[in-house]
Design a protein around this ligand. Sequence first.
Ligand SMILES: [Mn+2]
Length: 232
Amino acid sequence: MPRILVPIPAKSDLKESYRHSLESCGAVLQLLRAELTPLDVLREALDACDGVMLTGGGDVNPKRYSEDYVHPEVYGVDEDRDHVEIELAKLAVAADKPLFAICRGVQVLNVALGGTLHQHLPELTPIEHRGHNRPRQEPAHEVQIEPGTRLAQIIGTDRAEVNSFHHQAIDAVAHGLCVAARAPDGLVEAVEMPHKRFVLGVQWHPEDMFDSSPPMRCLFEAFVKACAGERL
Ligand SMILES: [Mn+2]
C-alpha cells in the first residue's frame, strides 16, 4: 500500500476527513510533526514514503515570498510549519514524488517554487471564498477547469462545484506551475505540473466532499494511484 507523508502542525491533529479520504483509497498515512527539522531528516522522511500531501491551515508568512508588507488580517502564521512544508514541496518536486496540495498546501507549493500570494481576498473579490460558518461539504462556487489539463482528465468535465474556506490565494503563479482551474472571479483555484508524475494543488477542500462528490473522490484515487506507481 502506498505510504503518504503528511506534515501536521506541532500542536494540532490531522482532520479526520483527510485520513478518511486517503485510507479509503488504500493509502497508509505517515504523519510528520512540523517542527524545525533539519533538511536531511526531511529528505529521509520523504525517501521512506511514496508521496506527500499538504493540508489546510493558517497563512504563509509573507516573508517567504520576499514581501515586507504584512496585511493586518494575516493570521495563524507558523514559521516551523512554513519551513517544513516549503522544503518538503521543493524536495518532492525535485524527486518527482507525487504531491497533492490542498488549500494552504497549494499556497505553500506556489511559494516554494517562487510564486506569491494575495494576502486578503475580501479586498479583491465579491465572491465569498472564506466560507466561515458554511457546512464543510457544501459547494460555495464553481470552478472552470482548463481543457487538456491533468485535472480535467481526472475529473472528466470542464467545471466543478467546490467548497471554499480560504483567506488567501495564488497571485503570481510560480514558474513551472500551470493554472488548471479558476473561480468565476478569475482567482487561481488549481495548479499542476504537466511534466511531473503527479503534482496537483487545489484551493478548495476535496477531503470534505469525498463522500458527497464523486469528482472529489477521483482526485484522491488518482493521487494514491500515482503514489502506487501507476502512470495516469
Ligand atoms: Mn474559492
